[in-house]
Design a protein. Structure first.
Length: 449
């Protein structure tokens, strides 16, 4: 909400214009931008320089799980920086070992050794490289409705249409298969289980067409994120892992978005009792307080490089200050019981989503796991015609632009993409704060025909 009008700060006005004049903004036309100018954040809220309060209902990029302004992270980083901020990654710091040991403790099965990166995209890049080196094979299979990052290997692995602009330069030998997207099942399945079985059949058929001996890895998100929070059938990931084991293919789980409590468990794959061969993570590892990613591998894979060189490396791998942020954040998850809190909040969000769907005919489907959810808007529930088409151009967003504009006017930051509204507030959210967010969404969808 807006407080009484504040006196403009000329320095802030200059800084705002410098942002527009001298920096590039991701995934945006560079002309006509009207970004919020943020001064600070606290809890689930951000505050602009002109004192507008913004409810962060997508945890920024689904990463600020512990909320904004937690000084426990600041203090841990300052303490580490007072000792050493950066050393070459072939040296040792206490904090690196402590964080790696903690990750080994919370990850499933025999995932034991971590290569630290700077972000999720780098984790995916290194996972693809390692899978190819380890198996001696070259092809990677991923899903069409997925997003794995913006660097060339990661964007090629993504089915997300953002890859299409750079498709002519894509990384070779990456294949895509259909998702078990029951609401819009490619096979018009009658149940989510049937849709899952058809997707598995599609996957195994592609493997046979491409020759299993050529397939290094299958890469899938631990839980679907920005492609629409497409829920896996209960048996799906277990059967994907069984297919991997049948053909000697590695299973790579992308937990960049779904990791660290976002789904109500430490990792999305924990809902399916599956241990990947390689797990990629970032986002909730430091909650964005500093950049850090990780690629975690099983002891089987790690041991294969005991006597040969591991052909992976990054200048800022295991950056000491970033590791301090990571360990502080993992401690906060445990101290504040945020994994259980996310699970409990998830049940409350499920209730809110069900009520929203009951109240608005334009809500075609709602999907949520823990605190990673989406509202899918349609023009007609019977035909399921989307309120905006897949990969909609700006000119095709129509009614969805009204939704986005209303949410911004009311003071909410969240993703509105195609015909989706995303619901992924910080894990620390109270029921009152969740109610506040759904009140804004009610107002935004209530203006639609």
């Amino acid at each position: 909400m807006l407080t009484p009008s504040a006196i403009r700060n000329p320095k802030s006005d200059i800084a705002f214009q410098e942002n527009l004049d001298y920096s590039l903004f991701s995934w945006s036309k560079q002309g006509g931008l009207k970004p919020w100018h943020i001064s600070h954040g606290k809890g689930v809220y951000l505050y602009t320089v002109d004192r507008k309060r913004i409810l962060d209902f997508s945890s920024q990029l689904m990463n600020v799980n512990i909320g904004h302004g937690d000084q426990r992270v600041t203090e841990a980083v300052m303490k580490q920086m007072s000792q050493v901020s950066f050393i070459a990654p072939n040296m040792v710091t206490d904090i690196r070992g402590q964080l790696a040991a903690k990750i080994a403790e919370i990850t499933p099965g025999n995932l034991t050794k971590t290569l630290f990166t700077l972000a999720g995209s780098e984790s995916i890049e290194n996972a693809i490289k390692l899978a190819r080196v380890y198996t001696g094979r070259h092809k990677i299979i991923a899903q069409y409705r997925s997003y794995h990052g913006a660097t060339y290997g990661a964007i090629t692995a993504s089915g997300d249409p953002r890859r299409l602009r750079v498709d002519s330069q894509q990384v070779p030998n990456i294949l895509h298969v259909e998702n078990p997207y029951f609401y819009r099942c490619p096979w018009n399945s009658k149940t989510i289980e049937e849709c899952g079985e058809m997707a598995l059949r599609n996957l195994e058929q592609i493997i046979s067409y491409e020759d299993p001996n050529n397939i290094a890895a299958i890469l899938m998100e631990g839980e679907s994120g920005s492609s629409g929070c497409i829920k896996y059938p209960a048996m799906y990931l277990k059967k994907v892992k069984a297919i991997c084991e049948k053909y000697g293919i590695l299973f790579i789980a992308d937990e960049v978005m779904s990791g660290f409590g976002r789904t109500g468990k430490w990792f999305g794959v924990d809902h399916h009792e599956v241990t990947p061969d390689i797990m990629c993570m970032a986002k909730g590892l430091t909650c964005g307080y500093l950049p850090l990613g990780a690629m975690v591998v099983t002891d089987t894979i790690a041991n294969a490089f005991n006597d040969i060189e591991l052909p992976l490396g990054l200048t800022y791998s295991a950056h000491a200050a970033a590791c301090a942020a990571g360990l502080a954040v993992l401690n906060i998850y445990e101290e504040d019981d945020l994994i259980n809190r996310a699970a409990e909040n998830g049940k409350y969000i499920d209730k809110c989503l069900a009520e929203l769907k009951a109240n608005h005919a334009c809500v075609g489907d709602v999907r949520n796991t823990g605190m990673l959810g989406v509202i899918e808007l349609v023009t007609n529930r019977e035909t399921k015609e989307p309120m905006a088409p897949f990969n909609a151009k700006a000119s095709e967003m129509g009614e969805m632009n009204k939704v986005a504009a209303k949410l911004r006017e009311l003071g909410m930051y969240t993703f509105v993409r195609w015909n989706y509204i995303f619901v992924a507030p910080p894990l620390i959210s109270t029921h009152d704060e969740i109610d506040e967010g759904f009140g804004m969404i009610e107002a935004a969808v209530g203006q639609l025909k």
